[in-house]
Write a protein that binds this ligand. Structure first.
Ligand code: ZN
Length: 184
């Protein structure tokens, strides 16, 4: 009787373990495609077709964001942008950098030494003969630029960004809206 009980209990445990494993496998198979967990914030991925992106973006934005193109150096008005504010992805509006992270690298591309945590993902590309670290918007996957290890302190990183892949939202606009809302 005792052994029978033990056997039954072990069997239940085994079954429970199998169910739990199956659940975990199902969860792992499902989540990476749709949601990334970054900094304890769930980022919902945005997926559009090639045609939808073409409608949404200018041809130059499409070439850079969706085809990993690079804008000619010195062409972005954002090189000279020094106001306080936020730099968002031109594809989906996701916040990628704050103005506090920007610096003048002298390369002719808007440069940052840090990103808003978890809002940028990286991959390695071999478009040139040596490997480079490509980075993109964590929400829509839009290519932003490449990151190099010759940046200023404290990170020592240089996020070399295509200006056409970004939109700048000045902080004054936000304040303006807030004041407007309060007085209404
Ligand atoms: Zn985006």
């Amino acid at each position: 009787m005792k052994t029978h009980k033990k056997g039954w209990y072990a069997d239940m445990q085994r079954r429970y373990f199998l169910y739990a494993s199956a659940g975990l496998i199902a969860a792992l198979a499902f989540f990476p495609r749709d949601i990334v967990f970054a900094d304890h914030v769930e980022i919902e991925k945005m997926t559009l077709s090639k045609e939808e992106w073409e409608k949404r973006l200018t041809p130059e934005q499409f070439r850079v964001l969706r085809k990993e193109g690079t804008e000619p150096s010195g062409t972005s008005p954002l090189n000279k942008e020094k106001r306080k504010g936020t730099y968002v992805c031109a594809g989906c509006g996701f916040e990628l950098f704050s103005s506090d992270m920007k610096y003048d690298s002298g390369t002719g591309w808007p440069s940052f030494f840090n990103t808003i945590e978890g809002h940028v993902e990286t991959s390695t590309d071999f478009k040139l003969l040596y490997p480079r670290t490509e980075y993109h918007c964590a929400r829509c996957g839009g290519h932003q630029g490449h990151v190099f290890k010759d940046g200023p302190k404290p990170t020592g990183l240089r996020y070399c960004n295509n200006g056409v892949a970004l939109k700048f939202i000045p902080a004054e606009d936000k304040t303006g809206d807030e004041i407007k809302e309060k007085t209404e």
